[in-house]
Every structure is written in C-alpha cells, then in structure tokens.
Design a protein around this ligand. Sequence first.
Ligand SMILES: Cc1cc2nc3c(=O)[nH]c(=O)nc-3n(C[C@H](O)[C@H](O)[C@H](O)COP(=O)(O)OP(=O)(O)OC[C@H]3O[C@@H](n4cnc5c(N)ncnc54)[C@H](O)[C@@H]3O)c2cc1C
Ligand code: FES
Length: 263
Amino acid sequence: MIEQDSEIVFNKRVAADTFFLGLRSPRIVAEAKPGQFVMLRVGRGMDPLLRRPFSICGVRDDDLVLILYRVVGRGTTIMCDVRGGESLSVLGPLGSGFEMPHKGEKPILVAGGMGIAPLIFLASTIEPGSFRFLAGFGSGEEIVATDEVGLSGIDLSISTDDGSAGHRGLVTELLENRLAGFNGNINPVVFACGPLEMLKGVAAMTANKDVQCQVSLEASMACGLGACQGCAIRRSSEQAIAYYHVCQDGPVFDVNALDWERL
Ligand SMILES: Cc1cc2nc3c(=O)[nH]c(=O)nc-3n(C[C@H](O)[C@H](O)[C@H](O)COP(=O)(O)OP(=O)(O)OC[C@H]3O[C@@H](n4cnc5c(N)ncnc54)[C@H](O)[C@@H]3O)c2cc1C
Ligand code: FES
C-alpha cells in the first residue's frame, strides 16, 4: 500500500456531474488490480478531514491511475475543481480485487451508475469480445462513453430508468434476459457493481444458483484500512465472527458470502 501526493494530469467532465481524473502514480499502477480502490484526500488541505474511497477505473501508460467519479456532495464538489498540475494525497491500492474469469466461462459485467468504474478496469484486462457489458444509468445524459475513458470496441448494452437511451428499465432486466439465453454448455459468470438495490436484484438471480457471481460493494468508509469498523457488513453464515469489513475483506465478495436479507 502506498501513500503519496500524486500529480493530477487531467480532471475532465465526461457526462452530467461525472468527471474522469488521471493521477500520476507509477507505484500504484504497478500494484493495482481490477476491483481495488484508493482513498483520496479530495481537497488541497485537511478539510474535509476524511479521505473518500474511489474504485480504480483503469491504468494508463504505466504511470496514470484513472478514477471516474460523480459529484454527489461536499468532497466530490471540491474534487471537480482540482486542476491539472495540482496534486492530491492518495492511499492505495486497497481491498481485494475481482477473481478473474477462467477459460470456458462467459463473463457478464453488470454496472449501475458509477458502479461502471471498477468494471471498466476489469473489462480492460479481459480478452475483447469474450464478455458482455450491461450498464444502467438514470438517464441518457449520465451515460459515460466508454471510449472516452479508455475502453473501446466492447459489446455494451445500455439501460436507462427514464428510457431516454437504450432499454427503458433496470439493468437487472438486461441481466435476466442474458441469463435466460444460456444453455448448459457455457458457464456465465457475473461481475456486478452498483447501488445496493441493484445488487440485491443481481443476488436474487445468482445466489445459491448455478451462476457464479462476484459483487463489489460500497459502504461508508472512514479509514479504508480495517481500523475504524465503519464499513462492517453481515456475513451469510452464523459464525463467531459475523461481520466482514468492506474495506479489507472486500469490496469484492462472492455473492454467497453475504447476508442479503440484512444488508
Ligand atoms: C469501495 C468504494 C468505491 C467507490 N468508488 C466510486 C467510484 O469509482 N466513483 C464514484 O463516483 N463514487 C465511488 N464511491 C462512492 C464515493 O466514495 C462517494 O460518492 C464519495 O465518498 C462522496 O463524497 P462527498 O464528500 O462528495 O459526499 P458526502 O457529502 O459525503 O455525501 C453526499 C451524499 O452521497 C452519499 N454517499 C456518500 N458516500 C457514499 C458511498 N460510499 N456510497 C453511496 N453513497 C454515498 C451520502 O449518503 C450523501 O447522500 C465508492 C465508494 C466505495 C466505498
Ligand atoms: S473503513 Fe475503517 S474499517 Fe473499513
């Protein structure tokens, strides 16, 4: 794990309230795996005090760490004003990554909103043409063009809640259609990241069934290092230790490892 001040190379708007940030850190690039995240001190000083967690969306040219983020509150509002040439303090890479798909499996990547960020990194490491990418957004203006964030030539299906682009409805409906099309010869393996309600929908289709699935969870995080207990969530089984820490044990989990009733 590395803590350092990293130069901002770019910080540009790519969709409504959505920005793409390039940070120079060859050391983090050398260690980063899809599914891991970094904790960023979003301002130039100590305010806000707490770092904010962001998935690693990709790496570029052996020295750039890429972050895709939506402006939702105080920290991200400060962050979108940071300019190229300035620097931010970065801690990472943190957490576990995705277990990569095996030969003979058909990966289906399912993203809701900014859940697309870690899946873009994952997609960039899988053989092009071997996977399907399903991405859901609130409306067309929120859609992130994947070629703008370094991922081109992929098989992408879009859904929007308001029907302004792609399928009108939930991205989980696209997943349901995909899974229905599989026969016994090919094993679908699902990788999902997005809002909790979306992940619950994915879990309902995959948990305790013949479909492998890994989900990347979000949780409130103060330290990102397993020290504050802020990100504890329920394990599925009744054991002496009933909790996982999303920051250390995750953020990627097997869908069967979690207690979905109590998340
Ligand atoms: C492992 C991990 C990876 C993440 N990756 C990304 C990413 O790649 N891109 C991205 O845009 N965001 C990502 N997030 C969410 C991001 O950390 C929050 O959006 C950010 O911390 C908000 O900071 P803020 O100061 O702007 O908002 P705040 O002022 O702290 O909060 C504003 C609003 O955002 C909500 N919010 C804050 N934190 C979260 C959270 N963790 N999950 C859901 N809602 C939250 C609050 O409930 C509140 O309604 C990730 C979170 C985790 C835990
Ligand atoms: S964020 Fe502190 S323990 Fe996970």
